[in-house]
Ligand binder design. Structure first.
Ligand code: UDP
Length: 317
């Protein structure tokens, strides 16, 4: 089967591309490299360096394709507050153009990269797919809008679709061609920031006064390779006329201090860290209920926080 991977030059999309190719899928990548990196695209894929906002380019990328893994998105929460128009354009309008071209060409299978940010500040932990969706920033709102768009497309036009709501994706993938890893600029994510911390530039721990056992925020981290395994399972599990929404995490949580401790044991030295004020918009605890993923996708995460930290560490060296 040939799959279009939108956003295939980014951290998660490039990992998906490499793993799909290893498993015998044909892959076309569509990415404008605005935040991704052309050198991350596996040489075995057909690479179209262009924008999801250009319908003719999307049509070209869909040639011969049976299914789409849609990763293209702007994904910085803070930036989405100051420049929301970019998020509505790339995330919502880009997805609208993709759906329109898929419909025109009869491509009827879609797996979409949604996010735990669609839930906002949780009222209950763990978060299920039936939990309230009340995003607290334009990034989460734009992804939720696309989830609604996909539901209506499936009902009206028979699309087979699954949205996967990611919690905290981490780790790296060692492909035959080298490591695929996080290369964000600016880097906001905890694990890369821990591993890059130095005496001159210590890690900032955003708050130690949260209502958790050690006072730091708790998140549900999932290894990027487990995440892609779930996408490949979702490609098979999607049913015509149905849009399933499925959480992807590990089903457990680690505090910032626990992640630092895991990193210290991987790198063999203390991580220089300072206590900083809370970061705006951070909820105290986010943990996924992943029972739906287990039952519908017949999938289970197998890589723990230690693997996420040590793979990221190795990928940086
Ligand atoms: N965090 C931190 N210092 C950093 C980056 C993140 O203390 O340099 C904390 C952040 O407040 C959150 C957790 O680590 O509680 C995970 O943050 P990240 O940005 O990796 O993911 P998010 O949960 O925001 O999607």
């Amino acid at each position: 089967m040939k799959v279009l991977v939108t956003g295939g030059a980014g951290y998660i999309g490039s990992t998906a591309t490499s793993i799909l190719l290893d498993r015998g899928y044909g892959v076309t990548v569509l990415d404008d490299c605005s935040t991704g990196h052309a050198e991350s695209v596996d040489a075995r894929a057909t690479f179209i360096n262009g924008s999801i906002l250009d319908a003719a380019t999307v049509r070209k990328a869909l040639a011969g394709v049976e299914a789409v893994l849609h990763f293209t998105a702007k994904s910085l929460v803070g930036e989405s507050v100051t420049k929301p128009e970019i998020y509505w354009n790339t995330n919502v309008n880009g997805s609208r153009i993709l759906l329109e071209e898929m419909r025109t060409l009869g491509v009827k299978r879609l797996v979409f990269s949604s996010t735990a940010a669609t839930y906002g500040e949780p009222k209950e932990i763990p978060i299920t797919e039936n939990s309230q969706t009340k995003p607290t920033n334009p990034y989460g709102a734009s992804k939720l809008a696309v989830d609604y768009m996909i539901t209506s497309e499936a009902v009206a036009h028979g699309l087979a679709a699954i949205s996967l709501r990611y919690f905290n994706v981490a780790g790296a993938h060692k492909s035959a061609r080298g490591w695929l890893t996080e290369k964000h600029d600016p880097e906001t994510h905890l694990i890369p920031n821990i591993l890059r911390a130095s005496a001159e530039k210590p890690l900032k721990i955003f708050g130690t006064d949260w209502p958790t056992a050690d006072g730091t925020c708790i998140r549900d981290y999932i290894h990027v390779v487990d995440l892609i395994d779930a996408h490949i399972a979702a490609l098979d599990a999607a049913q015509p006329g149905t849009h399933e929404i499925i959480n992807l995490g590990s089903g457990g949580g680690y505090s910032v201090k626990e992640v630092i401790a895991a990193a210290q044991s991987s790198v063999g030295h203390a991580i220089p860290a300072d206590i900083a004020p809370r970061r705006a918009g951070d909820p105290a605890v986010l943990i996924a209920d992943i029972s739906k993923a287990k039952s519908i996708l017949k999938w289970e995460p197998t890589r723990d926080i230690q693997a996420m930290v040590s793979d990221t560490w190795e990928s940086f060296h």
